[in-house]
Design a protein around this ligand. Structure first.
Ligand code: FE2
Ligand code: FE2
Length: 181
């Protein structure tokens, strides 16, 4: 059911891979945390979604990230309640979604790490697209990749993220250079 809901989202693949990385980092992850992983950015699927100031490269902006997390938690929570999911389960999902950008609790830190690795693994094209569409500069696009790896608090997760960071960095540089050639 959740998969059908998430699939039409333009970045659904990133959500599914976040679920996969969550289970890689914590094979015993509780179910609400897994649901949070595969839905955490869903607010962008609905009109009025939040966006960072891409031109300024303000990826780590707290106010924007708080709004983004809160809107996703709200939309996902409402959707789960419509499926008659028990309230304590829904509250656990919402609490984890609220932590997916900055971490916080141990569960939030694992979700944040999974989000980062998944982003670096599958979203290089999305980031180079921002540069090619003129939404941000190449240096700012690279700071997005930097931030995604540097914010990870769990040392083993950071190790897992590095090769994906390096691949994403090379892909973004190559795609922008190919376009400029
Ligand atoms: Fe997010
Ligand atoms: Fe994400």
């Amino acid at each position: 059911m959740t998969i059908d809901w998430v699939e039409p989202y333009y970045d659904g693949i990133h959500l599914f891979h976040t679920g996969r990385w969550l289970l890689t980092l914590d094979p015993q992850a509780p179910e609400p945390l897994l649901i949070a992983a595969v839905t955490h950015d869903m607010e962008r699927h609905f009109p009025g979604g939040t966006q960072p100031d891409k031109a300024a490269g303000a990826w780590a902006d707290e106010e924007y990230n708080r709004r983004h997390c809160a809107r996703s938690a709200d939309i996902v929570g409402r959707w789960l309640r419509e499926q008659d999911v028990p309230d304590d389960f829904v509250q656990a999902v919402e609490a984890s979604i609220l932590e997916h950008e900055f971490g916080g609790s141990p569960a939030g830190d694992v979700l944040q790490a999974a989000d980062s690795i998944s982003f670096l693994e599958v979203n290089g094209h999305l980031v180079s697209g921002w540069v090619l569409k003129g939404e941000t500069s190449l240096p700012n696009a690279i700071t997005k990749l930097d931030w995604m790896v540097e914010r990870i608090k769990l040392a083993p997760a950071r190790e897992l993220a590095w090769p994906h960071y390096e691949r994403a960095l090379a892909a973004v540089r190559d795609e922008v250079a190919a376009h400029d050639a």
